[in-house]
Design a protein around this ligand. Structure first.
Ligand code: AMP
Length: 494
């Protein structure tokens, strides 16, 4: 049964049960179906042949119904973040060759495309009768295209097919979580981030309810309120949330939580141990995977005792999910034996067939023994238990509160303003132990304001440096290159 059939069956079985809770308003499966049906008819009436459609993603039922409408009708959705700079959005529209964008209301309009207002007005004649099985799904078709940070200043488009997504859903259920229509799921992610896909799709496959997090106010406090107020039973989060919540751990008690999954960043053993006391009845899992391999594809159930596998205090990322294969290679792309560190590479049905930009694919994929592997850029080794251990990156990609950021993308924009002065982006850990981006300029002329203004027009808010530092001359490492580690040390102390 494909995930599409699972969702269709949930619509049939659970029509009166809640599918979503958004800002304390509940929407049933029946409501979701009516809204999705109205969106499909808008599309059929205005642009029936359009396969790829953009969605301006906000925290409202029309956004989720738009995604479901596009998936159920076999189309491809491309999420567009309403707060990202116009330049970046235009690059996404161009790369994805979008001609149509769905948005709730008419506030956000794009001049280069046809805009469709997804606002739902209930029909006086009752919900549209709707034949869900009329759309045969082509599994080779893309289900969504997400854009991640690209080192050359242009976002990288990752297409994920229905087959990729279906493989993820099958592998997810093979993990054996005990979830059904009574489960209550947290959805804390921007819909431009692929962990959001698990957070709304899996609940809809079992008839459960999705509880979203408001964009307003502090995200981590909103996450905690939803976990507590709605007795969430299944939560996938980024580890950064724990660093922010740590100061409240004494007061947090979530006995209803059954599954606490972490993904997107290295999971620290110390803080995870402390978190366990807040969730006495939950299993903790560290899951791992890049957008290119559809949401996540390795999992490590974290044991409650001290048998937990760690490397430098970081919890193991575990073993491959059903159908996936992970190997470790050296810089000549030769497979390394267990115990030796190298670059982690992935192969299997969850893997994208390549980026929209073919040149980028040539750099990131390679063939070995007749299989096409993806080079994750993550450094890892496999231990005696067959679990993979994460130990950093081969490149300058970092995670900022779970968001994937290429420091070289920021530097590309920094240099445009700083030239002829040299400029780099580094990460510094703040008092909560969270990575922050800082910019360092070689020279003494203060250009902070121009720099930040320029960046605001080019990159999302989480990529804007928290601080800009100046130094007369950059320190060099033994290869004669700018020593970023040294710069981080210098400014860490300041
Ligand atoms: P994204 O494409 O945004 O999902 O980012 C994927 C990257 O996040 C991976 O290549 C890793 O660098 C990092 N990542 C994801 N999950 C984990 C994890 N459980 N532990 C350590 N790093 C992770």
């Amino acid at each position: 049964m494909t995930f599409i059939n699972k969702i269709i069956s949930a619509f049939g079985q659970y029509s009166g049960r809640n599918a979503f809770c958004i800002e304390d308003t509940f929407y049933t499966y029946g409501d979701l179906l009516s809204i999705s049906a109205s969106i499909i008819s808008k599309i059929e009436n205005t642009c029936p042949g359009e396969q790829r459609i953009g969605i301006v993603v906000t925290d409202c039922i029309e956004t989720y119904a738009s995604i479901i409408a596009l998936l159920l009708s076999g189309r491809t959705y491309i999420p567009i973040h309403p707060h990202h700079p116009a330049d970046r959005t235009q690059q996404i529209i161009d790369q994805a060759e979008l001609k149509v964008i769905l948005a709730k209301g008419t506030d956000v309009q794009f001049s280069s495309v046809q805009n469709i207002d997804s606002t739902y007005t209930p029909s006086t004649t009752g919900p549209a009768s709707y034949n869900l099985s009329q759309y045969p799904i082509n599994l080779q078709q893309n289900a969504y295209i997400l854009f991640t940070s690209g080192s050359t200043g242009i976002p990288k488009g990752v297409p994920i097919t229905y087959n990729n997504l279906n493989s993820f859903v099958d592998a997810f259920f093979a993990l054996g979580y005990n979830i059904n229509e009574n489960a209550r799921f947290l959805q804390m992610f921007d819909l431009t981030f692929d962990l959001s896909v698990m957070s709304y799709l899996i609940p809809l496959c079992v008839g459960g309810c999705v509880y979203t997090i408001s964009f307003k106010g502090m995200k981590f406090t909103n996450v905690y309120s939803v976990l507590e107020d709605h007795n969430i039973t299944f939560a996938l989060m980024v580890p950064s949330i724990l660093a922010n919540l740590r100061q409240y751990f004494q007061e947090i008690d979530l006995p209803e939580l059954k599954y606490s999954l972490f993904c997107g960043e290295a999971l620290n053993a110390d803080i995870t141990n402390e978190w366990r006391r807040c969730i006495p009845n939950a299993a903790i899992e560290n899951v791992y995977g890049p957008t290119e391999a559809t949401i996540f594809c390795l999992t490590y159930p974290v044991p409650a005792d001290d048998s937990v596998s760690t490397y430098n205090g970081i919890i193991s990322i575990g073993k491959e999910m059903q159908g996936m294969e992970a190997i470790v290679v050296n810089s000549d792309l030769q497979q390394l034996p267990d115990g030796e560190k190298g670059e982690l590479c992935l192969y299997g049905p969850q893997l994208t067939s390549g980026y929209l930009d073919e040149q980028k694919s040539r750099e990131a994929f390679f063939e070995l023994n007749g299989k096409k592997y993806y080079k994750t850029g993550d450094i890892a080794y496999r231990n005696e238990q067959g679990d993979f251990m994460y130990s950093g990156r081969v490149d300058s990609q970092v995670k900022i509160q779970g968001y994937r950021v290429e420091l070289s993308e920021i530097e590309f924009h920094l240099r445009q303003v700083a030239e002829p002065a040299n400029a780099v982006a580094i990460t510094i850990n703040n008092k909560n132990g969270l990575a922050e981006i800082h910019a360092v300029i070689e020279g003494t002329t203060n250009i902070t304001e121009t720099l930040l203004n320029k960046l605001e027009q080019k990159v999302p808010a989480y990529m804007i440096p928290t601080e800009v530092h100046y130094i007369a001359t950059f320190p060099l490492n033994t290869n004669g290159k700018t020593d970023r580690k040294e710069l981080a040390k210098i400014f860490q102390q300041s």
